[in-house]
Structure formats: structure tokens, C-alpha cells
Design a protein around this ligand. Structure first.
Ligand SMILES: [Zn+2]
Length: 313
């Protein structure tokens, strides 16, 4: 038997056919379309599932279950999407609509949660019973694994590290609050900090790297310039590492998972990210005379979404 994993994203929807060993046998994708009615969106997704399964020589009757990761929150018991702003889905009966086309068990969870699950079963945190996965990109996504299972709260709205309040009355966040952690620890935050620093001190290698067009600065620009020793980039990156260290220490003070897994664009900095974090974050842990959790880089990349979704039961 085979399972299907679906990763719903704002620009594209990935479908994977996964075997009992959590290996991907076939992949398919469709561009996201939010301007068409919900029923048509689901029809397109089920078409993609059937055709992707067929490309691996698998008939619909051989599909044991379908799992879906969404950038939002879902009610796991009913299979409804509660809120998924990127898709324009608010209280929509995903499972019910999906099963009109393909009558198999359908499970839904948040995309960062399923990525956390995938890493904890076949990725970098495999073999641990508790882990926290943090994906650092445009925002901050996170997933908590306890005893090998996703912990996302009583109504599925928990596990949102990105919106833990980090600075009282701080930088406004898209969620409506001020001072959310992702405003200080995401790639977007690193870029904002770099632009602010450049405003005051334009003489930096970062400006050469973007041909003096400050709008072209990416997280990678800051990281690469810091790596090469540019003083301003090093200063900005050092401050960013300090923020991220405090975020990680907060996770440790509150949950103390066996391992903390970092994914997303900023994690591509590799040891240039891990080494200073390992050095800095224990300073903010209250019981730092005890063994500290290790921070590791995610290994499954973008495929964590379909692999983890297929694991949902
Ligand atoms: Zn927020």
C-alpha cells in the first residue's frame, strides 16, 4: 500500500506518492490557483493525486491514506481547514470535499508540523522522542514533536513560535500583534536590520554586492558579506544571531526538547549559523550548567512537506 503526501503552498501544490519506507516514488505539482471556487481547487488537487499515483503505476485502490500540510490551521478531527489565509480557505470542509473524488482517509495538519514530523522520523532528528523544528524564511514556522507525535495544541492553533511575543510593543507583525519573534528572527528581519544599518552607514560590501540597490539585499547578501568579514554585515549578523539565540534559549527554557532542528532559507548558512548559535544560546538558558540540546540542520529540504504529510494518521 502507498500513502499520498500533499504540500499546499501559496505558489504551488506538491503531491508525493510515498511507500512504507517513507520513500518518494513519484512527485507531481500544480500551480496554486486561489481565484477559482474551493470545490474546483480540490478537484484539481485530486486530479493531480490520481495522475501522480498513475505515473508510479499505482491505482487509486492502492492508496491507504492522504495527508495534507497547509500553511494554516486545521481541525484534525473533522478534516476541515479552519484558517489558511494564503489559499483563502476559512472553515472549508477539505476532507469531505476531497473524498467526493477519492474515498480514502484524509488527514490535515500545519505544514511546519508535518515537516517537523518528517525530520523526526526519517530526517536529522530521527530516533529522538522530542524535537522542535524551526523553519526560518520569510516568516518563522515551527513544529513540536513530543513522544514521536505532533503537539499542536488542543484546537490545533499551538506551536506557533513565530508569534510568541518577543519584544513588548515591538515591531508590528502581520498577525496584528507587536513584537512577534518572527519580526526579529526571520530572513525578513535580517534584511530589515541590514537596510536600517545601511541607511546610517552606506559604506559596506553589502551595497557592492547589490550594485548599490538596497532593495536587492537578501538574507544571503548579509550572511555572505559577514562571512567575508565586512564590518557592518558582521555587526548586523551578530545582532541577528543574538536574537535567534534568545529565541532558541526560550524554547529550551520552556520545552527542552532533545534536539532543535533548523530549516528554511537562513539555515543554508550551515556552520556559519550553527557555530555561533551553539556558542551563544546557552548564555540565555537558566540551567545552562546542564547538558544543552543540540541544534541541527534539517536534511529533508522541501520534500519534508510531502513526506511528513503522508505520515499523518
Ligand atoms: Zn505575529
Amino acid at each position: 500500500m502507498f500513502r499520498i503526501g500533499i504540500d499546499v503552498g501559496g505558489t504551488g501544490i506538491q503531491v508525493g506518492v510515498i511507500d512504507d519506507q517513507h520513500r518518494i516514488l513519484a512527485e507531481g505539482s500544480i500551480p496554486t490557483r486561489t481565484e477559482i471556487p474551493f470545490a474546483e481547487q480540490i478537484a484539481r488537487i485530486t486530479d493531480c493525486v490520481v495522475s501522480t499515483a498513475a505515473s508510479a503505476g499505482i491505482r487509486s485502490e492502492q492508496i491507504r491514506s492522504v495527508g495534507v500540510g497547509i500553511p494554516g490551521i486545521a481541525d484534525r478531527s473533522t478534516g476541515s481547514v479552519v484558517k489558511c489565509t494564503n489559499m483563502g480557505w476559512f472553515h472549508v470542509p477539505f476532507r469531505e470535499e476531497f473524498r467526493r473524488h477519492l474515498d480514502v482517509p484524509v488527514n490535515i495538519d500545519n505544514d511546519a508540523n508535518v515537516a517537523a514530523l518528517a525530520e523526526s522520523v526519517v530526517g536529522v532528528s530521527a530516533g529522538t522522542s522530542s524535537s522542535v523544528f524551526i523553519t526560518i524564511g520569510t516568516g518563522i514556522g515551527s513544529g513540536i514533536i513530543v513522544d514521536g507525535k505532533i503537539w499542536n495544541g488542543f484546537h490545533g492553533i499551538g506551536g506557533e513560535l513565530g508569534h510568541v511575543i518577543f519584544s513588548l510593543n515591538g515591531v508590528p507583525c502581520s498577525c496584528g500583534n507587536h513584537g512577534c519573534l518572527e519580526r526579529y528572527c526571520s530572513a525578513t528581519a535580517l534584511i530589515r536590520m541590514a537596510r536600517e544599518a545601511i541607511d546610517a552607514h552606506p559604506d559596506t560590501k553589502m551595497m557592492e554586492m547589490v550594485s548599490k540597490d538596497v532593495s536587492k539585499i537578501e538574507a544571503r547578501t548579509v550572511i555572505d558579506a559577514a562571512r567575508s568579514g565586512d564590518p557592518l554585515a558582521s555587526q548586523v549578523y551578530g545582532r541577528y544571531i543574538d536574537y535567534l539565540s534568545q529565541a532558541i534559549a526560550s524554547v529550551v527554557n520552556f520545552l527542552e526538547p532533545e534536539v532543535i532542528v533548523l530549516g528554511g532559507g537562513v539555515s543554508k548558512a550551515g556552520d556559519f549559523l550553527l557555530d555561533p548559535l551553539h556558542r551563544e544560546y546557552p548564555k540565555y538558558v537558566i540551567y545552562n550548567d546542564q547538558p544543552m540540546p543540540e541544534i541541527k540542520l534539517a536534511v529533508l529540504g522541501s520534500e519534508a512537506g510531502i513526506i511528513g504529510a503522508a505520515m499523518l494518521t
